[in-house]
Design a binder for this molecule. Structure first.
Ligand SMILES: *Cc1c(COP(=O)(O)O)cnc(C)c1O
Length: 374
């Protein structure tokens, strides 16, 4: 028996979005970001779809996610983007994952462990080219490259940096970060023999930053059907548009009539001003439908939009369906996604919550029963 609340992920939308990214990437390889359980869309399912479409590698935050990909049979390189600590190195080597080093200290131990398992392990270096969060400062770059080169069982497979403002198409920051990254990595010529993969662009970099594609691009949000700058991005995008892959639905539990002047739910945050027909739905903050959505959100019931009224509780919410046609227990309620001609997007929900589409997808996707369709 399954929950009445259900997240469905459209495989066709993921494939479409991958092809949009591939077109924009030109010849650059594609590393899909599947961290956060594929932004709420499912780590393994998404990785399999993108692998079939030609993903060159995958990006996750932690070693444990990489191990799950290996257990599922994913053979592409998997980059551990958030960094590694001594305690995770042996698991990383064992699973043949690719560490992204943010400092020099782990080089010797990593090489020793790689040697023990008879491997020559690729490492990528993360440069802080302006993100200001993590990574090597440009002045420490060459010494770290030399440390990797001096390690018997390691080689430099790539160098990356991250863009802090690629979602802002007006910002000059991305061009500056790109320049710092290119200037710093230019010092590699003559220093290293083999091919070293340079990569910088997240979705914003891929869509909005000229020259940022380099050898490989790292889209995340775009693959799941959303623009890094939300609804604004969609309005100026050139076709083919991205297609949101996630839908979140529930069912009407009960339909009830209440008179005017009734307070609804905890703290009576809504009072009816006319005789009102309410649809009760089994959705609440436990499902990622957070309390901040109280009296703000809308859902689709049999087509049209209807407002969520009264405080959202742990597992129940109320929808005012007075203006709608007949509603029955069991009718589908769409909290995210399309129903007929209408659509509620993660950008809509993000606006009601005061956040970004990324957070909405992670919340709803990772807190509900999920399945991939078509
Ligand atoms: C999450 C992440 C990305 C993807 O960012 P999007 O904005 O979702 O495209 C790219 N690179 C790194 C290092 C990341 O952590």
């Amino acid at each position: 028996m399954r929950s009445l609340n259900r997240v469905t992920i459209s495989r066709a939308a993921l494939i479409h979005n991958f092809s949009v990214c591939r077109q924009l990437a030109g010849g650059a390889a594609i590393l899909p970001l599947v961290k956060a359980d594929g932004y709420g869309h499912g780590l393994i399912d998404c990785a399999r779809v993108f692998a079939e479409q030609g993903a060159a590698a995958f990006g996750v935050a932690e070693v444990v996610e990489g191990m799950r990909l290996r257990q599922a049979g994913i053979t592409q390189p998997v980059l551990i983007l958030a960094g590694v600590i001594p305690q995770t190195l042996s698991a990383l080597v064992e699973a043949d994952l690719t560490p992204v080093l943010v400092e020099r200290s782990m080089v010797a131990e990593l090489s020793r462990l790689a040697g023990l398992s008879g491997k020559k392990l690729a490492v990528h270096l993360k440069l802080d080219a302006g993100m200001g969060r993590q990574g090597l400062l440009p002045e420490d770059f060459i010494a770290t490259v030399q440390a990797v080169q001096g390690a018997e069982h390691l080689y430099l497979g790539g160098v990356m940096a991250h863009l802090p403002m690629a979602d802002d198409r007006q910002s000059v920051n991305s061009a500056e970060v790109l320049r710092t990254f290119v200037d710093t990595t230019n010092q590699l010529s003559g220093l290293i023999k083999g091919k070293c993969c340079l990569h910088l662009a997240n979705s914003g970099g891929l869509f909005y930053v000229a020259g940022a594609r380099l050898d490989m691009v790292r889209p995340g949000i775009a693959l799941y059907g959303y623009y890094p700058d939300g609804a604004a991005g969609k309005t100026v995008a050139t076709p083919p548009l991205l297609q949101p892959a996630m839908r979140f639905t529930s069912r009407v539990l009960q339909v009830r009539e209440v008179p005017a002047g009734r307070g609804l739910g905890y703290s009576h945050l809504f009072t009816t001003i006319r005789p009102t027909t309410l649809a009760v739905i089994p959705v609440g903050y436990d499902d990622g439908y957070l309390r901040i959505l109280t009296n703000r959100a809308q859902v689709l019931v049999n087509g049209p939009r209807a407002p969520v009224v009264g405080r959202i509780s742990m597992n129940l919410s109320l929808v005012d369906v007075t203006a709608l046609g007949p509603v029955q227990p069991g009718d589908e309620v769409v909290l995210l996604g399309r129903q007929g001609a209408e659509e509620i997007t993660a950008d809509d929900i993000a606006a009601w919550m005061g956040t970004i589409n990324y957070e909405v997808l992670c919340l709803l996707g990772n807190l509900n029963d999920r399945e991939m369709v078509d």
